[in-house]
Design a protein around this ligand. Structure first.
Ligand code: TRP
Length: 331
């Protein structure tokens, strides 16, 4: 049986890019014939989020984003990474199997080094935590601890999946077959652009929020960067930020209509109003679910606790097996 697993790091407020790129595809993939493990990677968030109240708030937001988008916690193992201690225990064990050189090649670490070089730092490792460096290793343990077979992720995570397979293979070779070699499931979702035309990302401060008010949504759509063309002037839809954002969620027919409107010289304000209205139709039901459930912290805590217990029915025996194979444990 397929065992699907994916996680979202709560290092920012959930946004349209998360919904299109991760939340929706992870829910669409689920069917009767597979088990699914969806979790909130709060340990991963510690790399960037140092304000404890903020971390709790963002963890809650990500949990709510999934639930409000239709995740059924009776059919899916839906949990918080930090509630599964076997993951971090496995992380130490697998760190002793993982060559440091493998982690040296990780994109995020290399990017941090490059940024230090560019800004002329004498010590190119300055400010880079060991957590950032070993991030792919913890991610491998997220996947290997429940022994997932399929991992839906964005293209930017493909390297992490290759590392996971590498680490699993090394362990299996050294000690015996324990881990599946999980496959990345790379969807054909488009990268959702942010309001400034770069990839939508919390780190660029260019997001369209998923759980904000209608007013917040409108504000962010109105801020999408356009140019100084006047109403009546023909507009190019190719490489246009507004059009690209629209194409992340609109259907073929609406897109064609919008292309014609661009050619006919629609004003930017009017085009943004259409994008806002359709986006609002998509997001309104999610927002309503969120508004209904957000105050009930006990409900969400119960859901996570109960699911965490069920996940540990898988992760505890796996860790026992690992420990018996490597020579750790009681006499
Ligand atoms: N690194 C992923 C991201 O930033 C989040 C994540 C953490 C994850 N652990 C995972 C995704 C395990 C898939 C499987 O998007």
């Amino acid at each position: 049986m397929k065992r699907i697993l994916t996680g979202i790091t709560p290092s920012g407020y959930p946004h349209l890019g998360n919904y299109i790129g991760a939340i929706k595809p992870s829910l669409d993939l689920l069917d009767e014939k597979c088990e699914s493990f969806l979790f909130i990677a709060d340990h991963h968030a510690l790399i960037k989020v140092w304000d404890p109240a903020k971390l709790k708030e963002l963890t809650h937001q990500v949990a709510m984003a999934w639930l409000a988008s239709g995740l059924d916690p009776r059919k899916t193992f839906f949990y918080r990474q930090s509630d599964i201690p076997e993951i971090t225990e496995l992380a130490w064990i697998l760190s002793c199997v993982t060559e440091k050189g493998l982690l040296n090649r990780a994109h995020a670490y290399k990017a941090a080094i490059d940024a230090n070089k560019e800004s002329g730092k004498k010590d190119i490792e300055e400010g880079i935590s060991t957590g950032l460096f070993t991030y792919p290793l913890l991610m491998a343990c997220d996947i290997l601890c429940p022994n997932a077979t399929h991992v839906p992720v964005g293209k930017d995570q493909q390297q992490h999946l290759e590392m996971t397979r590498d680490i699993a293979h090394k362990f299996n070779n050294r000690y015996g077959e324990v881990f599946n070699l999980p496959e990345a499931v790379i969807g054909d979702e488009k990268t959702v652009l942010g309001i400034d035309g770069r990839k939508m990302s919390k780190s660029y401060n260019n997001i369209i929020p998923l759980l904000g008010s209608e007013k917040d949504l409108k504000k962010s759509v109105m801020k999408i960067v356009t140019n100084s063309q006047e109403p009546g002037e023909k507009k190019e839809w190719k490489d246009n930020i507004l059009f690209s954002i629209y194409s992340a969620f609109a259907n073929e027919a609406s897109l064609n209509e919008m292309k014609h409107k661009f050619e006919d010289g629609i004003g930017w304000g009017d085009a943004k109003t259409i994008v806002f209205q359709e986006l609002n139709e998509l997001i309104a039901p999610i927002r309503e679910n969120f508004e209904k459930q957000k105050g009930d912290l006990n409900y969400i805590e119960d859901v996570l606790q109960e699911n965490g217990k069920k996940v540990r029915e898988t992760t505890k025996p796996l860790l026992e097996k690992v420990k018996s194979l490597i020579g750790i444990g009681s006499f």
